[in-house]
Design a protein around this ligand. Structure first.
Ligand code: HEM
Length: 232
């Protein structure tokens, strides 16, 4: 592997971030159970405002996560018969829609966090920092589309194919950072921000993602009060 900044940032850094993400989460779970929380401030905000902000944010971000996962790490679109240009169009239209939805929700959440004195008081610096970082990553992700959409229009989607090969090389632990040496800088900036989200994850409220209570969706109703027969 030819040593360079590109090699460090795209051949080594992804694994540093990934290791800190996994080990850090395990260590935090083991040592800091009382700090394991989403630090929700829902009770401190107007119900209506929070409902919109939180739903837009979560729907947007989860759709992006699903989009990145299926787009980069699976061949679902190809199995469904999409050619590379159609793949790029589907990724761009779904990604931009989800990105804008997440951006509106995220900005609403950030405004509430910094402008509402009660929420501000209940927030730790990391709560604000991680939200700002996610919004920066989101912004760079959306800016990549100023390159990707013209590529899709002209039918030249080689960059996307290279990016897919690169992300897969990381996923199978055979990093090939040389692949992206000549890729436009905006993709690299966005990917570095995205990898840094994993690095920051164990130190932030994002840890709540590990313990989302999915069982709530399928568990039987709880019987809170049994019907008592009159004793007398
Ligand atoms: C390791 C982490 C990540 C990597 C490697 C990554 C990579 C990429 C790449 C290569 C693109 C351009 C796709 C194309 O048009 O060909 C992209 C787009 C985008 N990314 Fe990421 N990303 C990561 C994390 C994130 C995160 C955490 C967010 C949100 C906070 C995000 C939001 C977006 C958005 C909004 C777009 C534009 C729409 C789309 O194509 O989905 N990304 N990402």
């Amino acid at each position: 592997m030819n040593w360079s900044w590109n090699t460090f940032f795209f051949g080594v850094y992804p694994f540093i971030a990934g290791t800190i993400f996994l080990l850090g989460s395990v260590i935090r779970y083991e040592r800091e159970q009382y700090g394991w929380s989403s630090y929700s401030s829902q009770l401190l905000a107007s119900k209506h405002y929070m409902m919109w902000a939180s739903n837009l944010w979560h729907v947007g971000i989860l759709t992006l996560f699903l989009g990145h996962f299926t787009g980069f790490l699976t061949n679902i679109l190809e199995w469904l018969g999409a050619n590379p240009v159609e793949h790029q169009w589907i990724a761009a239209s779904a990604g931009i829609t989800a990105g804008v939805v997440a951006m509106i929700g995220g900005v609403m959440l950030l405004l509430r966090r910094v402008l509402d004195p009660k929420v501000r008081y209940a927030s730790r610096s990391m709560d604000i920092f991680i939200l700002v970082w996610l919004l920066i990553t989101l912004t760079f992700g959306l800016i990549t589309q100023f390159v990707s959409v013209p590529d899709a229009i002209s039918g030249h989607v080689q960059d996307m194919e290279i990016l897919i090969r690169y992300v897969r090389s990381i996923a199978i632990f055979q990093p090939d950072p040389q692949l992206i040496v000549n890729i436009p800088m905006i993709y690299k900036i966005h990917m570095l921000c995205g990898m840094t989200v994993f690095l920051l994850f164990p130190f932030s409220r994002l840890v709540h993602i590990w313990t989302v209570p999915f069982n709530y969706l399928i568990r039987p109703y709880q019987l809170v009060r049994a019907k008592m027969r009159s004793v007398i």
